[in-house]
Design a protein around this ligand. Structure first.
Ligand SMILES: Cc1cc2nc3c(=O)[nH]c(=O)nc-3n(C[C@H](O)[C@H](O)[C@H](O)COP(=O)(O)OP(=O)(O)OC[C@H]3O[C@@H](n4cnc5c(N)ncnc54)[C@H](O)[C@@H]3O)c2cc1C
Length: 479
């Protein structure tokens, strides 16, 4: 039997399949589209996602195809230089089109042995005590032990489970067109810069090959939001705001998007889980969705592998934590989440007079390094701290890359195993986690136990204490 069916071959599903494969779990990705999309949604990766790529040996591939921008992130779409002392080796945004990210993640998943079946749409599912039956559009039935819905914001899996998706509906609407233009790049840039002084949701981003992503506010324009916009509609909105439509033509993609914020009522129903956009959606302004999805998968992969492999410790809470820890909502018992508790980080991007004032204020405050750092740590997720109880300030946080005598820490994490970094030379995690006895000038604690997702599970120097922690994270020792 297949161990895990991953419904949806977007960034979340592909990352999850790779993480599962690192633990030998048989993973099958079902993707409804026969061919990879040419549509570019996300334009970049934040610091934590770049770290994740580094921890899995993908950094060079991503850096080779991306462009580094010296900004910390785009909190509420506000672009500021990266703050000083940002606790990461990657204090920049990596500009890289989602189509490239998707391709690199698909290659990685395939290299690790995940099967990716395209042109396969999941249309039904049922589950019992032993597994899940997935039904495809062509009538095929597949059986697996678990299934994860990584099938995007309009998730079929979520709907089939009857899991609610409460939150705040869209308040604004934006038209998007990936088009060619008839004006020189300088002219386009100058006009856009002028319009953006008063309308922050207006913009143009070059996507290469002469194609630009143009966006313009279109509040209340569409009578029926499910009807795709036309080129003329986009041109008309461009003229309203810029006085020109830049001669926009040859659309590659026309779309409209809102700023709805929603969170699934729960991430797990029996043997079926949700991750990525299927579990939470946010306005694209802060550039969070793809980053969160990748981090969800990074958090979920080893835990699900533990459950499949039978080494999950008692009380292991699959379907909790997740990158959604970035969102300041609380986890209720049983993996349910209280929805609608996270403030809209991009509220300041809404063009009302009050919001504009808040936006100016937040922008001014971000000139203070401490404020900038606080917000960027939140939006990039490098500030996420899981609650593992009282203790050292590193406890529960992901650890930054540090230099060791035998190389960089992140290089030692490519296999996705837990890791004991022991500077005392006296400790042992044999049977549970990989072990490195080494000294780092950058680390002022005797020993650190890292989970496969790089979060610090324990800090100390006492073997007995360590022995009490190891089963908590990694189940029984493997002889
Ligand atoms: C205009 C725009 C700009 C954005 N910019 C950014 C940004 O800068 N940074 C950022 O982090 N995020 C950004 N996002 C958000 C980002 O694109 C998404 O959050 C991200 O793609 C979510 O990944 P996912 O894998 O969870 O879902 P998706 O990428 O939606 O992938 C889901 C996959 O599941 C497949 N699928 C759906 N239903 C089924 C089914 N029944 N059976 C099988 N397969 C199915 C779909 O074909 C799709 O391939 C942007 C979004 C938009 C719209």
């Amino acid at each position: 039997m297949i161990d895990v069916i991953v419904a949806g071959g977007g960034p979340t599903g592909l990352m999850l399949a790779s993480e599962l494969r690192l633990h030998g779990v048989r993973a099958l990705v079902l993707e409804k589209d026969a061919e990879p999309t040419r549509i570019v949604r996300s334009l970049g990766l934040h610091a934590r996602s770049i770290e994740v790529m580094d921890q899995r040996g993908l950094l060079e591939r991503f850096l080779a195809l991306g462009q580094q921008y010296p900004v910390g992130g785009f909190f509420a779409g506000i672009s500021k230089p990266a703050p000083d002392r940002l606790d990461t080796a990657h204090p920049y945004v990596l500009g890289i089109p989602q189509t490239t990210t998707d391709r690199l993640l698909a290659e990685h998943a395939a290299e690790l042995g995940a099967e990716i079946r395209r042109g396969c749409e999941l249309v039904g599912l049922s589950q019992d005590d032993h597994g899940v039956t997935a039904e495809l559009a062509d009538g095929t039935q597949l059986r697996s032990r678990y299934l994860v819905g990584c099938d995007g914001g309009r998730s079929t899996v979520r709907e089939l489970l009857g899991v609610g998706f409460p939150g705040e509906p869209a308040r604004v609407e934006t038209l998007l067109g990936e088009v060619e233009v008839d004006v020189p790049p300088e002219t386009l840039a100058a006009v856009v810069a002028e319009v953006r002084k008063t309308h922050v949701r207006f913009g143009a981003v070059p996507l290469g090959d002469g194609v630009y992503r143009l966006v313009a506010p279109a509040d209340g324009v569409a009578v029926d939001r499910t009807v795709p916009p036309t080129l003329e509609e986009l041109r008309q909105r461009l003229r309203v705001f810029a006085g020109t439509d830049f001669g926009a033509h040859s659309p590659r993609w026309l779309s409209r998007f809102g700023d709805a914020t929603r969170l699934a009522e729960r991430y797990r129903t029996g043997r079926v889980l949700l991750a990525g956009d299927a579990a939470h959606i946010h306005p694209p302004t802060g550039g969070q969705g793809l980053n969160l999805g990748i981090q969800d998968a990074f958090n979920l992969g080893w835990k699900l592998a533990a459950e499949v492999g039978g080494w999950a410790p008692a009380g292991h809470r699959l379907g909790t934590g997740g990158a959604a820890g970035q969102l300041p909502h609380r986890t209720a018992p049983g993996g349910r989440r209280r929805a609608g508790q996270h403030p809209r980080a991009d509220g300041a991007a809404v063009p009302r007079a009050g919001s504009q004032a808040v936006r100016r204020l937040v922008s001014d405050l971000m000139d203070f390094d401490d404020v900038n750092r606080y917000l960027i740590e939140k939006i990039t997720a490098i500030g996420v701290r899981y609650d593992f109880g009282e203790g050292h300030e590193l406890l529960g946080r992901r650890m930054r890359d540090v230099g060791l005598k035998r190389g960089r820490l992140y290089r030692l994490m490519h296999g996705g195993r837990g890791l004991l970094l022991d500077q005392t030379g006296r400790l042992s995690a044999a049977g549970w986690a990989d072990q490195v006895v080494d000294v780092s000038e950058e680390l002022d604690v005797p020993a650190v136990l890292l989970r496969p997702d790089g979060h610090v599970a324990w800090i100390g120097e006492d073997q007995q204490e360590l022995l009490s922690q190891l089963p908590k994270w990694f189940g029984a020792a493997v002889s």
